[in-house]
Ligand binder design. Structure first.
Ligand SMILES: Cc1cc2nc3c(=O)[nH]c(=O)nc-3n(C[C@H](O)[C@H](O)[C@H](O)COP(=O)(O)OP(=O)(O)OC[C@H]3O[C@@H](n4cnc5c(N)ncnc54)[C@H](O)[C@@H]3O)c2cc1C
Length: 294
């Protein structure tokens, strides 16, 4: 299908994009990689009188180190992330996640900012963004603000971005610290490739090998990605044997408003959340101990 007619602007400065987003009547939308927005417009499930393409704004794209964090511009593509030695070394969990998204075409066009702003319940990145405690920066007519990952996802396809705001960058605390391991695992939908359930786990061990800190993000299972607080607190200070990981993982679906569709019932999604959490934790622990893929 063809989308309804729309005006198209491709500014090269963020200030111009913000002006366009403020200054139009009708529905004005940001266009990034177009991998989610354009199919929705073709299906007439989304409409826009004006698209503001942010893909030519140089300041929104790129990856840089900033002390103990890596900052990624919103229009940086999945491909750019996979090609980045900095991300591979400092936030390997992000690489683990991105390499499981879509196919080569989607990874070449899709952007980190587009994925997060779209907040698809089956999107992979939200689990990882939550687990690493990332911070999002957004710019709007009132200036720039920072939003913690925990406060960013507010519901199905909904974020705390305001009308006319542009997500400009994502700051991810680096994970290249001693005795720290991470892993992202998903059950991939056989048709779409999205996460039926996806789990991102980070484990930091104390010097005696017990759990100093665990952070777990779950996507796909519920209407929005969430931190699995029950899992995290069940691991705190514990020796990380198989029984402890399994016991902690049994809390993975707590607090989730489980989705159900013809492919996966709510019960199956809850089960997947527990199984994938246990496996992601086991992989993260092995890496924290310096095992394979550490
Ligand atoms: C065949 C296919 C398979 C896919 N498989 C997966 C998968 O396995 N896992 C997965 O996670 N995703 C998957 N996707 C989705 C893909 O990751 C999209 O790239 C992503 O969801 C949106 O990114 P985008 O840059 O294309 O954004 P767009 O489609 O351009 O925009 C998406 C939405 O975000 C808004 N937006 C975009 N950028 C910004 C910004 N900087 N500030 C404010 N608002 C903004 C737009 O207005 C729009 O509402 C798939 C897509 C396709 C087509």
């Amino acid at each position: 299908m063809y989308p309804a007619e729309f005006d198209y602007h491709a500014p090269t400065a963020l200030a111009d994009a913000l002006h366009l987003l403020q200054g139009h009547d009708g529905t004005v939308k940001v266009l990034a990689g177009g991998q989610s927005l354009l199919p929705l417009m073709k299906l007439r499930l989304a409409d826009a009188s004006t698209l503001v393409d942010i893909g030519r704004i140089a300041e929104l794209r790129g990856i840089r180190e900033d002390g103990d964090a890596v900052v990624i511009g919103a229009t940086t593509t999945y491909r750019d992330i996979l090609d980045s030695a900095v991300v591979g070394r400092r936030v390997p969990l992000l690489v683990d996640t991105v390499r499981q998204i879509g196919d080569m075409q989607v990874r070449s066009r899709g952007t980190i900012g587009g994925s997060l702003a779209h907040a698809d319940p089956g999107g992979d990145l939200p689990a990882t963004i939550l687990a690493v405690d990332a911070q999002m920066t957004a710019a709007g007519s009132g200036g720039t603000r920072t939003i913690a990952a925990r406060d960013f996802f507010t519901g199905m396809l909904t974020t705390s971005l305001n009308e006319g705001e542009v997500l400009t960058s994502v700051r991810l605390p680096a994970l290249d610290q001693a005795r720290t391991g991470s892993a992202y695992l998903k059950h991939r939908h056989p048709a779409s490739g999205y996460a039926v359930v996806g789990v991102a786990a980070i484990v930091r061990l104390a010097a005696d090998g017990t759990c100093q800190e665990a952070r777990v993000g779950v996507t796909g299972a519920g209407s929005q990605a969430m931190r699995a607080g029950g899992v995290e607190s069940a691991l705190q200070g514990k020796a990380l044997d198989d029984a402890t990981l399994a016991d902690a993982a049994s809390h993975a679906a707590e607090g989730l408003d489980l989705l159900s569709d013809p492919y996966a019932s709510a019960e199956f999604r809850g089960h997947l959340a527990q199984v994938l959490t246990r496996r992601a934790l086991a992989a993260a622990v092995a890496r924290a101990r310096g095992g394979p893929g550490a």
